[in-house]
Design a protein around this ligand. Sequence first.
Ligand SMILES: C[S@@+](CC[C@H](N)C(=O)[O-])C[C@H]1O[C@@H](n2cnc3c(N)ncnc32)[C@H](O)[C@@H]1O
Length: 200
Amino acid sequence: MANSRRDKADSYTQRAHREGYPARSVYKLEEINQTHHLIKPGDSVLDVGAAPGSWTLFTHRELIKGKGKIVSVDLNPLNLNPVPPTVTAFVGDAFSKEIRQRLVEEGPYDAIISDAAPMTTGNRTVDTTRSEWLAEQVVLLSQEQLKTHGNLVIKIFQGGGQEAVLKTMRTMFQKAKAFKPKACRDDSFEIYLIGLDKKE
Ligand SMILES: C[S@@+](CC[C@H](N)C(=O)[O-])C[C@H]1O[C@@H](n2cnc3c(N)ncnc32)[C@H](O)[C@@H]1O
């Protein structure tokens, strides 16, 4: 059992605590970026579903390295103290008319990263349907607000709909694929859809 994903998950939690990140999800973004090189210093990044703020903090520290900007949006406030100087944070539904307008005013973006997830109900059909809806909304936002050559990462719960989202992404990007980071819990049915190099 020592090498099980659950054990790894616990070590990720401890490491996040040691390194000052509010959530272990940071190591999913680390792995996604190590393998796919989504974000570089100076980039403008939109982080959707950003709270408590691990992806935002990691992007500030390790990816844009304090240069560029991050726009973070979540239903809940970030739990970062201090909020890094590159970050503009919005609290609310990313896809409401009001917040969407604010995101558009800050765009366009070199990268859009979404770890957004619905509150889970335990009913797999309901949860995957809600996750797919969120993913579709992020794709729609990316069609408008992601720059040409920009990169996208979206979390989605596996349940059938991810193939349709991926199909749309294949029309938008030079390369689009599904990726499951090692940092995902064994029993989690989440996966990440990655779009690289947005077409003109
Ligand atoms: C797994 S958490 C994100 C963790 C974050 N990436 C981090 O590293 O700290 C998923 C987040 O998606 C957010 N979320 C779900 N639906 C949303 C929506 N419509 N607009 C904004 N945020 C949303 C939730 O509030 C929740 O904080």
